[in-house]
Write a protein that binds this ligand. Structure first.
Ligand SMILES: [Zn+2]
Length: 205
């Protein structure tokens, strides 16, 4: 089956514990060290098998094939990808069974990560996740003072709408945010605002 590596944790003797997101699950698997084994990195998409054993504490990860992307040679894109991946893991880490859209969205993101500004991809896909989870607030009421936001729109963690004066944060262009929330597109947001939205995502999903 196929999955994305969301976390790698060192175990004893250079073995590793790997968390892998597939269409249906977030697996925690054990990988024994082997000199001839290919190196696994955070964010890689792999094809793999799971070996279950009644004796072992964790199932084993085996028969791994790395499914590469050409942008993996561009370090800046890889760094952003790994940061995005880490937020995925923090968000999903307590779950075992998952809805398929998490894998699908990550898969779609990876496919275009090399062609577009990765931060724009992340923002648009994150907005899609919020919609799927039913927690995107398109009504633009301030979550602090509960008033309708007519001006000075700002967004808190989780893209929660608020007045900039209510959360002491930067003002964002309302038309561009409304378009993002409706169409999942950053088309009407300049790069400076794309950076600000990326930083909000980095606070956590
Ligand atoms: Zn307010």
């Amino acid at each position: 089956m196929q999955g994305f590596i969301l976390k790698i944790t060192r175990a004893k003797n250079e073995d590793i514990i790997v968390n892998i997101l597939t269409k249906k699950h977030l697996y925690t698997l054990y990988r024994f060290y082997g000199a001839r084994h290919s190196i696994l990195n955070l964010g890689y998409k792999i094809d793999f098998e799971i070996e279950y054993s009644t004796k072992a504490y964790l199932p084993r990860l085996r028969n791994i094939t790395h499914l590469g992307y050409n942008w993996l040679f561009e370090s800046q894109r890889v760094i952003l990808w790994q940061q995005f991946i880490q937020r995925f893991f923090e968000h999903l880490k307590d779950l075992y069974e998952l809805e398929e859209f998490y894998f699908d969205i990550l898969n779609e993101s990876a496919a275009i990560w090399g062609e577009q500004n990765p931060k724009r991809v992340a923002i648009e896909k994150y907005t899609t996740i919020l919609k799927k989870e039913g927690r995107l607030h398109r009504d633009l009421n301030c979550f602090i003072c509960h008033q309708k936001i007519e001006k000075n729109l700002s967004l808190a963690r989780g893209f929660l709408p608020s007045h900039s004066e209510c959360i002491h944060s930067d003002i964002l262009p309302q038309k561009g945010i409304e378009y993002l929330f409706e169409e999942n597109s950053t088309l009407f947001l300049e790069d400076i605002y794309v950076d600000k939205l990326w930083n909000i995502i980095m606070q956590g999903f």
